[in-house]
Design a protein around this ligand. Structure first.
Ligand code: 13P
Length: 241
Protein backbone atom coordinates (compact mmCIF):
# COMPACT_ATOMS: atom_id res chain seq x y z
CA UNK A 1 0.00 0.00 0.00
CA UNK A 2 1.28 3.49 -0.80
CA UNK A 3 2.21 5.58 2.23
CA UNK A 4 -0.24 8.28 3.23
CA UNK A 5 1.18 11.72 3.99
CA UNK A 6 -1.55 13.71 5.74
CA UNK A 7 -1.43 17.33 6.83
CA UNK A 8 -3.49 18.44 9.81
CA UNK A 9 -3.79 22.21 9.52
CA UNK A 10 -5.54 22.37 12.93
CA UNK A 11 -7.06 25.81 13.68
CA UNK A 12 -4.94 27.63 11.11
CA UNK A 13 -5.98 29.25 7.87
CA UNK A 14 -8.23 32.01 6.60
CA UNK A 15 -9.50 32.19 3.03
CA UNK A 16 -6.43 33.76 1.48
CA UNK A 17 -3.76 31.75 3.29
CA UNK A 18 -5.57 28.42 2.82
CA UNK A 19 -6.05 29.05 -0.89
CA UNK A 20 -2.41 30.05 -1.28
CA UNK A 21 -1.25 26.88 0.48
CA UNK A 22 -3.55 24.69 -1.61
CA UNK A 23 -2.43 26.32 -4.88
CA UNK A 24 1.23 25.93 -3.93
CA UNK A 25 0.73 22.26 -3.08
CA UNK A 26 -1.05 21.68 -6.35
CA UNK A 27 1.80 23.29 -8.26
CA UNK A 28 4.52 21.53 -6.30
CA UNK A 29 3.17 18.00 -6.09
CA UNK A 30 4.56 16.78 -9.43
CA UNK A 31 4.39 13.00 -9.58
CA UNK A 32 5.03 12.30 -5.91
CA UNK A 33 4.48 8.65 -5.05
CA UNK A 34 2.64 8.79 -1.70
CA UNK A 35 -1.03 9.40 -1.29
CA UNK A 36 -1.42 13.00 -0.11
CA UNK A 37 -4.12 14.45 2.12
CA UNK A 38 -4.73 17.85 3.69
CA UNK A 39 -7.19 18.49 6.49
CA UNK A 40 -7.98 22.22 6.61
CA UNK A 41 -10.26 23.85 9.18
CA UNK A 42 -13.92 23.17 8.39
CA UNK A 43 -14.53 26.64 6.99
CA UNK A 44 -11.91 26.09 4.28
CA UNK A 45 -12.65 22.49 3.23
CA UNK A 46 -14.92 23.37 0.32
CA UNK A 47 -12.58 25.98 -1.12
CA UNK A 48 -9.48 23.83 -0.69
CA UNK A 49 -11.26 20.81 -2.21
CA UNK A 50 -12.16 22.91 -5.25
CA UNK A 51 -8.58 24.09 -5.69
CA UNK A 52 -7.20 20.55 -5.30
CA UNK A 53 -9.85 18.83 -7.42
CA UNK A 54 -8.11 16.53 -9.91
CA UNK A 55 -4.65 17.09 -8.35
CA UNK A 56 -4.50 13.73 -6.58
CA UNK A 57 -4.27 15.51 -3.21
CA UNK A 58 -7.27 14.54 -1.13
CA UNK A 59 -9.05 16.66 1.45
CA UNK A 60 -10.32 15.69 4.89
CA UNK A 61 -12.01 17.06 7.98
CA UNK A 62 -10.53 17.30 11.48
CA UNK A 63 -13.61 15.99 13.30
CA UNK A 64 -17.24 15.07 12.72
CA UNK A 65 -20.29 14.49 14.89
CA UNK A 66 -21.51 11.02 15.81
CA UNK A 67 -25.08 11.76 14.73
CA UNK A 68 -26.16 12.14 11.13
CA UNK A 69 -28.15 15.36 11.59
CA UNK A 70 -30.35 17.27 13.96
CA UNK A 71 -30.28 19.57 16.96
CA UNK A 72 -26.52 19.81 17.59
CA UNK A 73 -25.72 23.49 17.32
CA UNK A 74 -22.31 24.21 15.90
CA UNK A 75 -21.55 20.62 14.91
CA UNK A 76 -20.68 19.16 11.51
CA UNK A 77 -21.80 15.73 10.32
CA UNK A 78 -19.80 13.26 8.28
CA UNK A 79 -22.20 13.70 5.36
CA UNK A 80 -21.58 17.45 5.45
CA UNK A 81 -17.85 16.82 5.10
CA UNK A 82 -18.46 14.47 2.18
CA UNK A 83 -20.77 17.03 0.62
CA UNK A 84 -18.03 19.67 0.40
CA UNK A 85 -15.38 17.34 -0.99
CA UNK A 86 -13.78 15.55 1.95
CA UNK A 87 -12.88 11.88 1.69
CA UNK A 88 -11.13 11.44 5.06
CA UNK A 89 -11.75 12.65 8.61
CA UNK A 90 -9.36 12.79 11.58
CA UNK A 91 -11.09 11.51 14.73
CA UNK A 92 -10.05 11.39 18.38
CA UNK A 93 -7.06 13.69 17.99
CA UNK A 94 -5.38 14.12 21.38
CA UNK A 95 -6.18 17.84 21.28
CA UNK A 96 -9.89 16.99 21.03
CA UNK A 97 -9.62 14.23 23.63
CA UNK A 98 -8.05 16.83 25.97
CA UNK A 99 -9.91 20.04 25.03
CA UNK A 100 -13.36 18.56 24.35
CA UNK A 101 -13.14 15.59 26.70
CA UNK A 102 -13.69 13.08 23.89
CA UNK A 103 -13.81 9.53 25.20
CA UNK A 104 -12.97 6.30 23.41
CA UNK A 105 -16.69 5.53 23.21
CA UNK A 106 -17.42 8.86 21.53
CA UNK A 107 -14.53 8.41 19.11
CA UNK A 108 -15.88 4.98 18.25
CA UNK A 109 -19.37 6.41 17.60
CA UNK A 110 -17.85 9.11 15.38
CA UNK A 111 -15.81 6.47 13.56
CA UNK A 112 -18.96 4.49 12.83
CA UNK A 113 -20.71 7.65 11.61
CA UNK A 114 -17.80 8.55 9.36
CA UNK A 115 -17.67 5.11 7.76
CA UNK A 116 -21.45 5.04 7.31
CA UNK A 117 -21.22 8.32 5.40
CA UNK A 118 -18.42 7.03 3.19
CA UNK A 119 -15.48 8.82 4.80
CA UNK A 120 -12.21 7.09 5.68
CA UNK A 121 -11.54 7.71 9.39
CA UNK A 122 -8.07 8.43 10.74
CA UNK A 123 -8.35 7.48 14.41
CA UNK A 124 -5.67 8.97 16.66
CA UNK A 125 -4.14 7.30 19.68
CA UNK A 126 -1.14 8.13 21.84
CA UNK A 127 0.17 8.39 25.36
CA UNK A 128 1.18 11.35 27.54
CA UNK A 129 4.75 11.78 28.66
CA UNK A 130 3.85 10.71 32.20
CA UNK A 131 2.26 7.52 30.88
CA UNK A 132 5.38 6.71 28.85
CA UNK A 133 7.70 7.41 31.76
CA UNK A 134 5.58 5.11 33.90
CA UNK A 135 5.88 2.38 31.27
CA UNK A 136 2.14 2.47 30.61
CA UNK A 137 2.27 3.53 26.95
CA UNK A 138 1.30 0.16 25.49
CA UNK A 139 -1.54 -0.31 27.97
CA UNK A 140 -2.86 3.18 27.22
CA UNK A 141 -2.66 2.83 23.45
CA UNK A 142 -4.03 -0.72 23.59
CA UNK A 143 -7.05 0.50 25.55
CA UNK A 144 -7.60 3.38 23.12
CA UNK A 145 -7.54 0.97 20.18
CA UNK A 146 -9.89 -1.48 21.88
CA UNK A 147 -12.30 1.31 22.84
CA UNK A 148 -12.16 3.64 19.84
CA UNK A 149 -12.51 1.23 16.92
CA UNK A 150 -15.66 -0.60 15.85
CA UNK A 151 -15.15 -4.35 15.32
CA UNK A 152 -15.25 -4.10 11.54
CA UNK A 153 -12.88 -1.11 11.46
CA UNK A 154 -11.67 -0.20 8.00
CA UNK A 155 -9.65 2.97 8.21
CA UNK A 156 -6.36 4.43 9.31
CA UNK A 157 -4.74 4.59 12.78
CA UNK A 158 -2.47 7.48 13.69
CA UNK A 159 -0.07 6.95 16.57
CA UNK A 160 0.73 10.38 17.98
CA UNK A 161 2.59 10.43 21.29
CA UNK A 162 1.16 13.55 22.92
CA UNK A 163 4.55 14.70 24.20
CA UNK A 164 5.89 14.74 20.63
CA UNK A 165 3.14 16.96 19.19
CA UNK A 166 4.38 20.44 18.42
CA UNK A 167 7.43 20.01 20.66
CA UNK A 168 10.18 19.08 18.23
CA UNK A 169 10.74 15.94 20.29
CA UNK A 170 10.27 12.53 18.71
CA UNK A 171 10.53 9.03 20.14
CA UNK A 172 13.60 7.03 19.15
CA UNK A 173 13.27 5.02 15.97
CA UNK A 174 13.31 1.91 18.15
CA UNK A 175 10.42 3.22 20.23
CA UNK A 176 8.42 4.10 17.11
CA UNK A 177 9.11 0.63 15.70
CA UNK A 178 8.08 -1.15 18.85
CA UNK A 179 4.87 0.87 19.28
CA UNK A 180 3.88 0.37 15.64
CA UNK A 181 4.53 -3.37 15.96
CA UNK A 182 2.39 -3.40 19.11
CA UNK A 183 -0.43 -1.52 17.34
CA UNK A 184 -0.21 -3.90 14.38
CA UNK A 185 -0.52 -6.88 16.71
CA UNK A 186 -3.54 -5.28 18.41
CA UNK A 187 -5.20 -4.60 15.08
CA UNK A 188 -4.56 -8.13 13.85
CA UNK A 189 -6.02 -9.65 17.00
CA UNK A 190 -9.10 -7.41 17.06
CA UNK A 191 -9.99 -6.90 13.41
CA UNK A 192 -10.24 -9.31 10.49
CA UNK A 193 -8.39 -6.94 8.16
CA UNK A 194 -6.00 -5.59 10.81
CA UNK A 195 -2.90 -6.73 8.95
CA UNK A 196 -3.64 -4.44 6.03
CA UNK A 197 -4.56 -1.22 7.83
CA UNK A 198 -2.30 1.80 7.60
CA UNK A 199 -0.68 3.03 10.81
CA UNK A 200 0.58 6.62 10.56
CA UNK A 201 3.13 8.19 12.87
CA UNK A 202 2.51 11.79 14.00
CA UNK A 203 4.37 14.17 16.27
CA UNK A 204 7.06 16.63 15.13
CA UNK A 205 7.53 15.01 11.71
CA UNK A 206 9.83 17.32 9.74
CA UNK A 207 11.81 17.10 6.50
CA UNK A 208 14.92 16.20 8.51
CA UNK A 209 13.45 13.15 10.27
CA UNK A 210 10.78 11.98 7.82
CA UNK A 211 12.85 9.50 5.80
CA UNK A 212 14.06 7.67 8.89
CA UNK A 213 10.60 7.52 10.47
CA UNK A 214 8.85 6.49 7.27
CA UNK A 215 11.32 3.63 6.75
CA UNK A 216 10.24 1.96 10.01
CA UNK A 217 8.30 -1.28 9.45
CA UNK A 218 4.56 -0.80 10.01
CA UNK A 219 4.83 2.99 9.61
CA UNK A 220 2.44 3.52 6.72
CA UNK A 221 2.74 7.28 6.50
CA UNK A 222 2.73 10.43 8.59
CA UNK A 223 0.21 12.77 10.16
CA UNK A 224 1.91 16.14 10.02
CA UNK A 225 0.90 19.26 11.95
CA UNK A 226 3.13 22.32 11.88
CA UNK A 227 5.24 21.27 8.90
CA UNK A 228 2.10 20.77 6.79
CA UNK A 229 1.54 24.54 6.86
CA UNK A 230 4.87 25.15 5.11
CA UNK A 231 4.54 23.98 1.52
CA UNK A 232 8.24 23.17 0.99
CA UNK A 233 8.38 21.20 4.23
CA UNK A 234 5.21 19.22 3.51
CA UNK A 235 6.39 18.36 0.00
CA UNK A 236 9.84 17.41 1.33
CA UNK A 237 8.19 15.01 3.80
CA UNK A 238 6.17 13.52 0.94
CA UNK A 239 9.33 13.11 -1.13
CA UNK A 240 10.98 11.33 1.81
CA UNK A 241 8.25 8.72 1.62
P1 13P B 1 3.12 18.47 14.81
O1 13P B 1 3.59 17.87 13.50
O2 13P B 1 3.03 19.95 14.74
O3 13P B 1 3.92 17.96 15.95
O4 13P B 1 1.62 17.97 15.03
C1 13P B 1 1.31 16.61 14.94
C2 13P B 1 -0.16 16.45 14.98
O5 13P B 1 -0.79 16.67 16.00
C3 13P B 1 -0.84 16.04 13.74
O6 13P B 1 -2.15 15.68 13.98
Amino acid sequence: MRPLIAGNWKMNGLTASSAALAHALRQGIGDLAPEMLVCPPATQIAAVATILDGSGIRVGGQDCHAQTQGAHTGEISAAMLMDVGASYVILGHSERRADQGETDALVRAKTEAAVAAGLIPIVCVGETEAQRLAGDHEAVVGAQIAGSLPPDFAGVIAYEPIWAIGTGRVPTIGDIASMHAFIRAQLVSLHPNGGGLRILYGGSVKPGNAAEILAVPDVGGALVGGASLVVDDFLAIARAA
